[in-house]
Design a protein around this ligand. Structure first.
Ligand SMILES: Cc1cc2nc3c(=O)[nH]c(=O)nc-3n(C[C@H](O)[C@H](O)[C@H](O)COP(=O)(O)OP(=O)(O)OC[C@H]3O[C@@H](n4cnc5c(N)ncnc54)[C@H](O)[C@@H]3O)c2cc1C
Length: 413
């Protein structure tokens, strides 16, 4: 087989939805050599929605496609490169990360995962024909207002289904649930169940699953099948909402990145995945609200953190791990007066041994991740010694005589 072509980038972003495109804007603007890989439609899930009424800045409303085209245009303006292809495999085990497509292996200093997810569907006949703007929706926040005074159906009875159904009942006249379980049995919590059963706008069709969807250009009828009797019942609706789960696009990250039981990526508030140099943003991460506005916020943080990570890596290799002299790295805390007062002493030591020793100082708060790389967390007033670009020891005794003695000893070895 032909060997795959290799190309190098500062940042590779997987996924071109709202989160990935925002991260791309931030990385491009920070002058990082950035590649964004999208497997199907640039703009992601938001492009499937006809009208985005809740993204700030567009009071006259805008189509999902229109909004995402603007995101794309802005990222292009900052020099981001784009490839339309599927990421098949990743290797994050080394400092240089590898992102593999059918023809190429892209090497990157940092990777941002923005691969989003997809709503789980029923698989019933004709479902594909009515997905998204044609009558089958997955987003009550997005489509509730358009269903004011109408009849909607909800597939599912979990917490999300009941929560979204309650929201929809403020707009629609009738909210009909198709529930797979026996009468009175639902997947949601007890309080939600009681409230739903007491809601006069809600109706429940127990023991049913969707058999097929019918209509011309737009969904008109949901045909339900009773699991006990096998009878089919036709229900006319304006919109059918499916809340039977959401599947994050994380298959290629299994066993590489920490995932929740539902297979979302676990991150901290800085979008850090726990794998050095790998960030995740948008719907693919475990979070409460999956919307364009939150994807944008996540993408901005991931872009900035990626840039910080790259500059920290450069500081780590070029300054902290310099090979010219014996290094001593003083870890201090700007808010700890005792450790701060030792800064001039460290400088004196460097001046005394200027031919052999080189001082670096790291503030443990500002340089939290540098401290992690140096394997010293939450400990100010510590000195790490380096020689030939490697850590060779450390001490908590920061007295002048001790440090000078240690440096001389290392220089003589
Ligand atoms: C019908 C519908 C209507 C909605 N309406 C609204 C609304 O009105 N307002 C609102 O704020 N939100 C709305 N949302 C939610 C919003 O679309 C999402 O929250 C948002 O798109 C998340 O963006 P993202 O970038 O995280 O993920 P996505 O938009 O899902 O983008 C992820 C991208 O990654 C790509 N990808 C995945 N795997 C790979 C791979 N291996 N290689 C390459 N590329 C890959 C996918 O093709 C996709 O384009 C709606 C959602 C739906 C489904």
């Amino acid at each position: 087989m032909r060997e795959k072509k290799r190309e190098q980038f500062d940042v590779v972003i997987i996924g071109g939805g709202a989160a990935g495109l925002t991260a791309a804007i931030y990385c491009g603007r920070a002058r990082l050599n950035t590649l964004l890989i999208e497997k199907s439609l640039m703009g992601g899930l938001a492009t499937y929605t006809n009208e985005i009424a809740n993204f700030p800045g567009f009071p006259e409303e805008i189509t999902g496609l229109g909004l995402m085209k603007l995101f794309h245009k802005q990222a292009k303006k900052f020099g981001v490169k784009f490839k339309l292809t599927d990421v098949k495999k990743v290797d994050f085990s080394n400092e240089t990360k590898e992102v593999e497509t059918f023809r190429n292996i892209y090497e990157a200093k940092t990777v941002i995962i923005a691969s989003g997810g997809r709503p789980r569907t029923t698989g019933a006949e004709n479902e594909e024909k009515f997905l998204f703007d044609k009558g089958i929706s997955f987003c009550a926040t997005c489509d509730a207002a358009a269903n004011t005074g109408k009849t909607v159906m909800i597939i599912g009875s979990g917490d999300a289904a009941i929560e979204e159904g309650t929201f929809l009942s403020k707009f629609a006249d009738k909210v009909i649930f198709s529930v797979i379980h026996d009468t009175g049995k639902m997947d949601c919590n007890e309080i939600a169940k009681e409230q739903a059963l007491a809601n006069s706008k809600m109706e429940f069709m127990w023991n049913t699953i969707v058999d097929s969807f019918e209509g011309e250009d737009h969904l008109k009828t949901v045909v339900l099948k009773n699991l006990k009797t096998s009878e089919l019942e036709r229900v006319d609706v304006d919109t059918c909402f499916e809340f039977i789960g959401y599947l994050p696009n994380t298959e290629i990250f299994n066993d590489i990145i920490e995932l929740t039981d539902q297979e979302y990526i676990v991150t901290d508030e800085n979008m850090y995945t726990g794998v050095e140099g790998v960030f995740a943003c948008g719907d693919v991460r475990d979070k409460v609200l999956k919307q364009v506005a939150t994807a944008v916020g996540d993408g901005a943080i991931a872009g900035v953190e990626a840039e910080k990570f790259i500059s920290e890596t450069e500081v780590f290799h070029n300054q902290l791990m310099q090979k010219e002299k014996i290094g001593f790295i003083y870890i201090y805390s700007a808010i700890d007066s005792v450790s701060r007062e030792l800064l001039p002493i460290m400088k004196e030591i460097e001046d005394e041994l200027k031919d052999v020793a080189k001082l670096n100082v790291v503030d443990m708060y500002k340089g939290k991740r540098l401290c992690e790389r140096l394997d010293c967390n939450a400990e100010p007033m510590k000195i790490i010694f380096t020689k030939n670009g490697e850590i060779v020891g450390n001490t908590k005794d920061c007295s002048k005589n001790h440090v000078i003695g240690k440096l001389k000893e290392l220089a003589a070895k």
